[in-house]
Design a protein around this ligand. Structure first.
Ligand code: 4AZ
Length: 269
C-alpha cells in the first residue's frame, strides 16, 4: 500500500478502533496473548493528543535495546502516520512495562532525542529505522540486537513478532500485547514477493522477510516498529508488506543488524 494511503487508513482505523475483546482469539494477525514478564523490551509509541485516550494513545511499537534507548521504524515518526512532523507532537511518549494498554501499569516516558535514518525512503521502505533516547533510564530489561553473522538470521528459523496492532486486517486493534510465530524466509523468496511495487521494494541489505506459506500469521498495521525475535535476540522491526497474513505476501522487517551502527552512535549507551 502507498504510504499515504496506508497512513490515512491507519489513522482512520486507529480512531475507529474497537476494544480487543471483539477479536480476542485472532492476533498481531493469527497470534496469541503474551505473558507480561516474557517481553519486557516490547514498548509502545504513543500520543494521546494524536491517537486519543483509548489504548494509551498507542500508534506503533518499539523495542528497548538499552535502559534509555528504543529502536522503532522511521515511518512511525513520519507525517504519514502522525499527521505532523514528530517535533510538533508535544506529548510523544514511549510506554514501557504496560502489557495492557487500557491499564495504568508501567510508565509513559518522555523523549529526549530522536534520530531518524536520513536515507529512509518511503517509496522503497529502505532504511526504515529510528533511534529514540528516553529522558530517563527505565528498569525494564532490554533485548540484544543480533550481530550480522549470527545464525539467527538464517532462513528457516522460527521467529516471534510482537505487537498491539490490527488482529484481523480490518482495524481491530489489540489492548493486550500479542505475538505470532513466523518463519524467516530466504532473501530470494522475499525479493520475488516484492520486486518493486507501490508497497515497496525488497532489499536484503536493510530488510528481512518472514511469513507462513499459507499466510495467516503476520504483523499488521499498528505493529510497526515492534520486535521480531529469534532465540531471545532482536532480528527485525515490523516495517511493511502487502496486506496482512496473505499467502505469498510475507511481512517485511527492518534488518536489526543494520541498526547496530546507529544505536552505537545515537543511542544512550
Ligand atoms: C503497516 O501498514 C503494515 N503484514 C505493517 C506490517 C505489515 C503490513 C502493513 C506486514 O504498518
Amino acid at each position: 500500500m502507498r504510504p499515504t494511503i496506508r497512513a490515512a487508513l491507519g489513522a482512520v482505523a486507529l480512531i475507529l478502533a474497537v476494544p480487543a475483546s471483539a477479536a480476542a482469539d485472532e492476533s498481531v494477525v493469527g497470534g496469541k496473548p503474551v505473558r507480561p514478564s516474557q517481553s519486557p523490551w516490547a514498548v509502545a509509541l504513543a500520543s494521546h493528543q494524536r491517537f486519543g485516550e483509548q489504548r494509551s494513545g498507542q500508534f506503533c511499537g518499539g523495542v528497548l535495546v538499552g535502559h534509555a534507548t528504543v529502536v522503532t521504524a522511521a515511518h512511525c515518526l513520519g507525517r504519514e502516520v502522525l499527521g505532523l512532523p514528530w517535533q510538533e507532537v508535544k506529548d510523544l511518549r514511549v510506554v514501557v512495562g504496560r502489557n495492557n494498554l487500557t491499564a495504568k501499569e508501567g510508565q509513559e516516558v518522555k523523549i529526549a532525542k530522536v534520530w531518524v535514518h536520513p536515507h529512509y525512503n518511503s517509496w522503497t521502505n529502505e532504511d526504515d529505522m529510528a533511534v529514540i533516547t528516553l529522558q530517563e533510564r527505565v528498569p525494564n530489561q532490554p533485548i540484544q540486537i543480533a550481530g550480522p553473522n549470527d545464525g539467527v538470521y538464517e532462513a528457516g528459523n522460527t521467529a516471534t513478532v510482537y505487537g498491539w496492532g490490527d488482529m484481523t486486517g480490518d482495524g481491530s486493534y489489540a489492548s493486550r500485547l500479542r505475538s505470532a510465530r513466523v518463519n524467516v524466509l530466504r532473501d530470494t523468496v522475499c525479493a520475488r514477493a516484492y520486486p518493486g511495487s507501490a508497497d515497496g521494494t525488497y532489499n536484503a541489505a536493510s530488510m528481512l522477510c518472514a511469513g507462513e506459506p499459507k499466510g495467516g500469521r503476520d504483523a499488521c498495521q499498528g505493529d510497526s516498529g515492534g520486535p521480531l525475535v529469534v532465540r531471545g535476540q532482536l532480528v527485525g522491526l515490523v516495517s511493511w508488506g502487502t496486506g496482512c497474513g496473505r499467502a505469498g505476501s510475507p511481512g517485511v522487517y527492518t534488518r536489526a543488524s543494520a541498526l547496530l551502527p546507529a544505536v552505537l552512535t545515537h543511542g544512550a549507551g
